[in-house]
Write a protein that binds this ligand. Structure first.
Ligand SMILES: [Zn+2]
Length: 366
């Protein structure tokens, strides 16, 4: 549906001319025969593009009925698009490189670029962006260039479900260049369907003129049988990632147990913080003045304890460590926790050593 521009939109006008004004059939000069008006959103503001269409004016020339468009037009936007390439690339980058949601993209476009788009429109252009990227990825010339230095290819196939209940998306990747070759959603995962993808992979490798050194996948029967049939001479290995995931289960279970133990041991942060806050509070006005020769207890804590900020910082750091659950089987969170707590302990001991000489109060020492 054409976009409805508000009446008060201010456009920058841009006129485009046919670049080559010579008729390739009769050698005559092309003349302007029509204008095509387009209005586009760009990151630098709304654009009104006037394309001056041209034709050969010679009625006897066979090319007379052909109309030529300025080629520069498609460098601004594809036909029927209301967004310029710059906006489409921006959308794709925010969505896929920065993982922004459609809502976030919508708000940023409206706030920063004054481009009011609906969620539907944004999703539609994101889809087009994906098609462009896929077309570029699969371009035979680019592919040949990417594989010029590669002696042999290593392929992997895996099925994944973008969302539960969706049809499975089968992805064929090449591992030396870490490149998705192609992906296809299959309604049924029969050996015949999967084998069609494997045959396609064989064609791709043949077109590149590269031998297939290895296949890698999980143990799904369709893969095992299909690869054996299509690539009888090629070794087929169990995916290291699946292997690692299986090995990781007991490791993560032990790690999780260790985390519970550490959390049980390192506790009492709240009571330390409460003590610091209590010490910071000014003495109550009704409290009697300390008698001569005596020191007020609060003053003792202030004089000998470390600065309250330092204690609170330590508490915050330890709390952060105890709540940090990041990491996976290769960097188990419990191991990270143990290392971080060790660093805090070393740091505390350094401070204790520096303050040696009986300056410490019982709260700091604890
Ligand atoms: Zn002509």
């Amino acid at each position: 549906m054409p976009y409805c521009w508000p009446d008060n939109t201010v456009f920058t006008r841009l006129e485009l001319h046919v670049e080559d004004r010579r008729c390739h059939t009769c050698g005559g000069q092309l003349t302007v025969c029509d204008h095509r008006h387009r209005r586009l959103f760009t990151l630098t503001g709304p654009l009104h593009v006037v394309c001056k269409l041209a034709h050969c004016p010679d009625r006897t020339c066979p090319a007379h009925t052909q109309t030529h468009s300025p080629e520069a037009e498609t460098a601004l936007a594809m036909p029927w698009w209301v967004l310029g390439w710059d906006v489409v690339c921006w959308l794709g980058h925010r969505r896929f490189a920065r993982h922004w949601s459609v809502g976030q993209i919508r708000a940023e476009l409206a706030d920063t670029y004054t481009i009011p788009l609906s969620d539907d429109a944004i999703e539609c252009y994101i889809h087009r962006y994906q098609q462009m990227v896929a077309a570029r990825q699969q371009d035979p010339h680019r592919l040949a260039a990417a594989y010029a230095e590669v002696a042999a290819v290593m392929l992997s196939i895996d099925g994944l479900q973008p969302e539960k209940g969706h049809e499975t998306l089968y992805v064929v990747r090449e591992l030396t260049r870490k490149r998705v070759w192609f992906a296809e959603a299959l309604v049924s995962s029969t050996t015949a369907e999967v084998q069609r993808l494997l045959a396609q992979a064989r064609e791709w490798a043949a077109r590149l003129g590269k031998p297939v050194r290895l296949w890698m996948s999980d143990k799904q029967a369709a893969f095992v049988r299909g690869i054996a049939a299509e690539f009888p001479e090629v070794p087929h290995r169990y995916c290291a990632n699946h292997f690692l995931r299986d090995v990781a289960k007991p490791v993560l279970a032990a790690d999780s147990h260790a985390k519970v133990q550490m959390r049980r041991k390192v506790r009492g942060l709240r009571s330390i913080e409460r003590e610091v806050y209590a010490a910071q509070r000014p003495a109550e006005p009704t409290a009697p003045e300390p008698e001569v020769g005596e020191t007020a207890p609060v003053a003792v804590v202030h004089a000998n304890a470390p600065p309250p900020d330092v204690v609170l910082d330590y508490c915050a750091a330890v709390r952060g460590i105890l709540n940090d659950d990041h990491g996976g089987p290769l960097h188990p969170p419990g191991l990270r926790m143990a290392e971080a707590l060790g660093e805090v302990q070393t740091s505390l001991q350094r401070n204790l050593a520096a303050q040696k000489g009986g300056l410490l109060t019982s709260s700091w020492g604890g």
